[in-house]
Structure formats: C-alpha cells, structure tokens
Design a binder for this molecule. Structure first.
Ligand SMILES: NC(=O)c1ccc[n+]([C@@H]2O[C@H](COP(=O)([O-])OP(=O)(O)OC[C@H]3O[C@@H](n4cnc5c(N)ncnc54)[C@H](O)[C@@H]3O)[C@@H](O)[C@H]2O)c1
Length: 398
C-alpha cells in the first residue's frame, strides 16, 4: 500500500474523528477546513476525543496526546495536499459544496492523490466528474463514533480503478477499521440499507398501535440478545433527528403511518423528551428500563433459542423485524452489492449484535425464512424468492 500521507478535508463531527483515528493508527494526517474558525473547532474536537478513547478503548493517554499533537491543520488547500496520497473529504452534505471543493482539489492535488468521499446520502457518481480523476475517486464511508463503530464502507463508481479500490480497502484495515467492500454503487451503503427498513418496521408497528415501543424492544432483545432494541437506539440518535428524517420521507411519499409516527413523536419533542441526551425519550435515563430486563445481552443466541422465539411469535412482531432485516440483506446479496459475511460483519459491529442477518437465517432455517416472507411480505421480490428456494436445505456458513 502506498498510502502514508492523509489529508482530511472538513474537520467537523466526522472529519475530526477520521483524522484522529488515522493519526492514531500511524498515518501522517492533516486537516483542511474552509476557515480558521473551522480549524479551531476541529482542534477542540480532537482534544475531546482523548477521554473517549480512554473510556471506551482503554487507550494509553500519552499515545492519544501525541496523536492530537501530530495532526497538522491548514486553510491552504494547495499547500496541504502537496504530498497527499489520500484526501478523505468530510465537508457538508450539499452537492454544490462538494462539486466546487472537488473542482478546486482536482486542480491543486498531485496526480498520485486518491480522493475519497465520506458522503452518506449523495452517491460518489453524483459528483465524480468534478474531481477530474474519476479513476482515482470513490467513497470511504465512516460511522459516527468510528473508534467503536469501526467499519469503513468502500464503494466505487463504475469509473474507479480496481487497484485504487483495493488500496483503499487495505488502507481502511490499516486505520483500524473492518473494511466493508461494496461491489456496486448503492444508496445507503450496507449499514443504512439494513438499518433504515429495520427502524421503519418498528416505527410503523408503534404508529399503528400494534405494540408499545417497550414491548417491541423486549421481543427483539430477548430473541437476538442485542443490548438495545429499535426504540432504545432511536433514543440515542435523538427523537428530533429521527422524527425529522421520517417527516421528510412523509413529505415525499405520503405513507400514512409516517404521519402518525411523526405526530406521536412531536408530542414528546414538545415536552423536551428528545431521548438519551435530555434524560427522557422512549425511556428515562440514566438506567433505562431495558437494562433491568433479565436478558443475557451480547451472548449469541443458539439456533434452538431463535427457533423457539420465532415459533412463539404470536403477534408477528419478531417476524416483521426479522423480515425487514432479511429483505435488506437478501437484496444486497442477490444484487451482488456485498458478500453475506461482509453484510453480517457490518451488522455485528455497527448494531452491537451478537448475530448477523445471514447467521439468523441459518439459525431458523431457509424453510422458515420463506414462510415468514409468504406470511408477512407485502412486496415479494420474485428474484429473491427464487434465490431462497434455491437455498432450501443449505446454510450460508458451514
Ligand atoms: N454526522 C454523521 O454522523 C456522519 C456519518 C457518516 C458520514 N457523514 C458525512 O460526512 C460529511 C460531513 O459530515 P459532518 O457531520 O462531519 O459535518 P459537519 O458539519 O460536522 O462538518 C463539516 C465541516 O466541513 C467544513 N467545511 C464547510 N465547507 C467546507 C469547504 N468548502 N471546504 C472544507 N471544509 C468545509 C466545516 O467548517 C466543518 O468543519 C457529510 O458528507 C456527511 O454526510 C456524516
């Protein structure tokens, strides 16, 4: 791998974490930001990461302090990228801002420099032409709190050179991440492709008053032994952010449950119940109720445990949650976007789950997976069903 000198463009929430993690892993790192105010804020963020690495990873303080010190900063793009092997862009998620940044970067960066965008919702091909080097441009997507949620999703456009893709996969590993190679451009990468439908099915059941958030979380945590259910997770994201996303979707697609969900959450939001950050959301904090449930969280459920949970699923809550995850995972795999083990690893790490979707399918058996589709899937994909039929009697893992 030729990557040694890394420039992170944009020292905001994610950019500062990316720079810190890269420098901590031994790379020469600099941060570029649009103005001095941006750089000052970035330095403050870097300092604040030190206690987080100590608390969460038990990392040595002297190494962390040396990491902060080692990171150079500048507002002069031409100077900072003069010997860059890789520029990781983490500037605001707005197409026009990204386009003008890449136009300028393409003009001043040496030929050798690889450009990687951390964009979450825009696809790299939306602004690849502005880079002037589509063969050396791709997405390298990080998750918030990257020292814990340490996956790096690598996604090429159809123009990206294969050797560049492989080099960035290697780089992601070298900066302490689990690389998630994504073989074709796909909105939402792997993690959000799994997570968004999973949240939606829980939100829909709550909006339609089929079950309470606590009961939905309990059913999920009992079966899967994750340390949190969908509503506990929404409390961490924040009800304001989560509700704004569903509201924006409702404005586009008009789905009735989304309106009901937003209305319910708005009552909480008006009462200042924004989730963990304000001490109250679906749960009260500290010591949310779900931590008192007698569930051996983090311990991989046995096949028998999961089979039993599915067999006892009289109200369909577990089956619907599983189905949302299976459908998303099957879609990624059948359409050759990512391998099944890569999909499982992503879910393991970012969702702190002791079991991934394909492992869940192996545990309950393909016949049961097909049965769940037939009973609860309102939008059956015939290609996926053909694929599942072809898997009868087989497992994904040996
Ligand atoms: N926030 C997340 O959880 C998250 C997760 C994954 C990916 N991302 C992606 O990372 C990118 C950045 O998100 P963020 O949350 O860190 O944003 P942020 O607003 O916290 O930071 C953006 C930074 O870019 C700087 N900036 C603005 N214009 C610039 C320019 N022209 N050139 C250089 N720097 C400029 C700002 O001063 C700021 O420091 C987005 O593309 C977002 O989709 C965010």
């Amino acid at each position: 791998m030729n990557i040694k000198n890394v420039v992170v463009a944009g020292g905001g929430l994610l950019g500062s974490q990316i720079a810190f993690q890269a420098a901590y892993s031994g790379f020469n790192v600099s941060i570029y930001d649009v103005n001095e105010k941006g750089l000052e804020a970035a330095k403050d963020r870097l300092e604040k990461l030190v206690p987080r690495y100590i608390k969460d990873l038990d990392a040595p303080e002297d190494k962390l302090k040396a990491t902060v010190k080692s990171i150079q900063t500048s507002t002069n793009l031409k100077e900072i990228v003069a010997d860059a092997d890789l520029v990781i862009e983490a500037i605001p998620e707005k197409l026009s801002i990204k386009q003008s940044f890449y136009k300028e970067l393409g003009e001043v960066a040496p030929e050798k420099t690889i450009f990687a965008t951390n964009s979450s919702t825009l696809l790299p091909s939306d602004f690849k032409d502005a880079t002037g080097r589509t063969d050396r441009f791709l997405a390298l997507h990080f998750a918030n709190e990257i020292w814990l949620n340490n996956v790096g999703e690598i996604m090429a456009t159809k123009d990206t050179d294969r050797a560049v893709f492989d080099e960035v996969v290697e780089y992601a590993g070298a900066m302490g991440l689990h690389p998630v190679p994504i073989k074709k451009e796909h909105a939402g990468y792997v993690q959000n492709s799994l997570l968004v439908p999973f949240f939606h099915v829980a939100e829909e059941m709550y909006a339609n008053e089929e079950e309470t958030p606590q009961e939905i979380d309990k059913i999920w945590m009992n079966a899967i032994r994750m340390n949190v259910g969908p509503f506990g997770a929404i409390d961490v994201v924040g009800l304001n952010t989560n509700t704004a996303i569903v509201q924006a979707e409702y404005e586009k697609d008009g789905t009735p449950w989304k309106k009901a969900y937003v209305d319910k959450n708005n009552v909480k939001i008006q009462n200042g119940e924004l989730g963990k950050a304000t001490g109250k959301g679906f749960y009260t904090y500290p010591n949310p109720e779900y931590e008192t449930w007698d569930i051996p969280v983090g311990k991989k459920p046995s096949d028998e445990h999961l089979q039993q949970a599915v067999a006892n699923d009289n109200n369909g809550v577990l089956s619907k949650l599983l189905l949302s995850l299976f459908k998303a995972a099957e879609d990624l795999y059948v359409n050759e976007i990512a391998e099944y083990d890569v999909i499982d690893t992503t879910w393991h790490i970012n969702s702190r789950s002791p079991i991934g979707p394909f492992e869940m399918m192996d545990a309950i058996g393909i016949d049961k997976v097909i049965e769940i589709h037939e009973k609860y899937d309102n939008n059956i994909d015939q290609d996926v069903m053909k694929f599942l039929e072809s898997r009868r009697g087989k497992t994904f893992y040996s």
